[in-house]
Ligand binder design. Structure first.
Ligand SMILES: C[C@H](NC(=O)[C@@H](N)CCCCN)C(=O)O
Length: 508
């Protein structure tokens, strides 16, 4: 068929589809309301969609073009920016919060445990609600709204000096924060699966880490400025309220992405979940064993990284005689490095495939950093170098690991799957954060407590590595999907004999 014939077919299909669209209920952003009318347009629209593939690059605003996808990706990247910026507000202002509210370190840890514990359950239901009730668009807007509400309650509690109101705010913030990350992952797969998905995860992670770094490098100064300007105790509350504006920006991005996703669904004739199927609760029992093994690896790995970074400052002050400012700078290095290298880690995974192997390599790098940080004689390797390499390992893990969920679970079950994974991850984080604190305080000296905490973290990351090797052996034996082939082979289906037309059609 010539291009002219294709264009003619496209035009007539477009007319049919447009007329058909009046009947198609594209407003239903939820699978439950997925329009039954769609079935009577399916044949026409599939022809239209096929024509679109042939008419590659129809206008830069067409959702099938790479340029349009990258335009939407910009807003998709900022969906969780507010969540990552405000998630670590307490940690960045720990000494200020403990002084202003006159609370202990253990009481302070409630601002994180009341974020994580509820998400052991609610993160799973957040994903399930995305797949079954809200749909990806409405779900993302709801969860982005919850982080705004949670941050306002948290800041309001600081303004009235009420610790329990602040804890309530972190609970509400957590309801949105984890499920918003589930929604972002689900959007990424919907828009980029089979294309540059690992790179997209890397870019999104980079923007998220920028949120963490921006928080670490702005909130202490904002607090001091307001304290000096208002000469009162409003510095904490006003600084936290201003931080809430970042969450509002994420809410705005959620609305923009929802608009373009609904438009893409209409033009590309795809279901909001990509397949039109709706998950049943019983489907969860049929998630493959590899998926549950990945959940445990995720929990063990993050339990050795996030809590370690949060107490590394105390370790640097104790073991390396650093000042608080120097320790804060060094502990922010993993996030800063992650913000820089994550896109390249994602690209590496896209070009070479082998996601599970890169996950194991990341675990080995992270373990080596733990060993160097804790057991090498002081001064052999500067801690800033160790933390920088840890940032590389942390980034490579996240970029290689999270896309593997989409290799094991169908699209209409992805929200539930990512929700389940983050539930298991939060269980690990909540338990390890508090038990590591209890372990550290159980020893007579701070040095001993910190050293035994390091042994504790080494235990968790070693377990994640062992399970990673077990999964690798299983994947190899079963010729599983977790080490996809090289990009070239994925796109063209073969090795060097590249079929130009096939490659052209497969190019996005
Ligand atoms: C990608 C991965 N995400 C998580 O760990 C989630 N628990 C989302 C966290 C959201 C804000 N704290 C990561 O951050 O490495």
């Amino acid at each position: 068929m010539t291009i002219a014939q294709d264009q003619e077919q496209l035009a007539c299909c477009q007319d049919e589809v447009n007329s058909g669209n009046q009947k198609v209920d594209v407003g239903g952003s939820s699978p439950i309301f997925a329009s039954q009318d769609r079935t009577d347009n399916a044949l026409i629209e599939s022809e239209f969609s096929a024509s679109i593939d042939v008419q590659d690059g129809v206008g830069c605003c067409h959702p099938s073009t790479r340029l349009h996808r990258y335009f939407v990706l910009f807003f998709m990247c900022f969906l969780a920016f507010g969540s990552y910026f405000c998630y670590d507000n307490p940690g960045t202002l720990e000494s200020q919060i403990e002084a202003d509210l006159n609370i202990s370190g253990t009481a302070f840890s409630n601002f994180y445990s009341w974020y994580s514990y509820p998400n052991v359950i609610l993160s799973f239901f957040g994903g399930f609600l995305i797949d079954t009730v809200f749909g990806i668009r409405m779900g993302t807007i709801i969860f982005a709204g919850l982080i705004c509400i949670g941050q306002v309650i948290f800041a309001g509690g600081a303004l009235v000096d009420n610790f329990y109101v602040m804890v309530l705010g972190r609970f509400v913030f957590g309801l949105g924060g984890e499920s918003l990350a589930v929604a972002q992952n689900t959007y990424s797969v919907l828009w980029f699966k089979g294309k540059e998905l690992n790179t997209v995860f890397g870019v999104q992670l980079s923007v998220a880490r920028l949120g963490s770094v921006a928080n670490m490098n702005s909130m202490p100064y904002l607090y001091d400025y307001i304290q000096e300007s208002y000469k009162g105790s409003y510095g904490l509350g006003i600084a936290l309220m201003i931080a809430g504006l970042v969450c509002l920006f994420s809410l705005f991005c959620a609305m923009v992405v929802a608009y373009y996703d609904r438009r893409a669904e209409r033009i590309l004739v795809r279901e909001s979940s990509g397949s039109g199927e709706v998950i049943q609760f019983s489907d969860i029992k049929r998630f493959p064993m590899q998926f549950w093994l990945l959940c445990i690896i995720c929990a063990f790995y993050y339990s050795a990284i996030t809590p370690f970074i949060s107490i590394a400052g105390k370790y640097l002050i104790s073991q390396y005689n650093m000042t608080v400012t120097e320790a804060d700078r060094v502990t922010s290095i993993p996030y800063t490095v992650s913000a820089i290298v994550s896109p390249f880690c994602g690209l590496l995974c896209d070009l070479t495939g082998m996601n599970l192997l890169w996950t194991i390599v990341a675990g080995l790098i992270s373990t080596a950093c733990h060993l160097a940080f804790s057991y090498l004689p002081i001064g052999i390797i500067p801690p800033s170098v160790t933390m920088g390499v840890l940032g590389v390992g942390f980034s490579l893990f996240a970029c290689a690991f999270w896309p593997m969920v989409a290799m094991l679970v169908p699209e209409h079950q992805l929200g539930t799957a990512y929700g389940a994974m983050q539930s298991v991850q939060n269980l690990g984080l909540a338990v390890v954060i508090q038990s590591a604190e209890m372990l550290r305080e159980a020893f007579p000296t701070s040095e001993e407590g910190l050293q035994w905490s390091e042994v504790y973290f080494m235990l968790w990351i070693s377990l994640s590595l062992v399970l990673g090797f077990v999964l690798q052996m299983h994947n190899t034996a079963k010729k599983g999907a977790l080490n996809p082939p090289l990009y070239r082979k994925r796109i063209c289906g073969r090795g060097d004999e590249v079929d130009d037309r096939e490659a052209l059609l497969n190019q996005d």
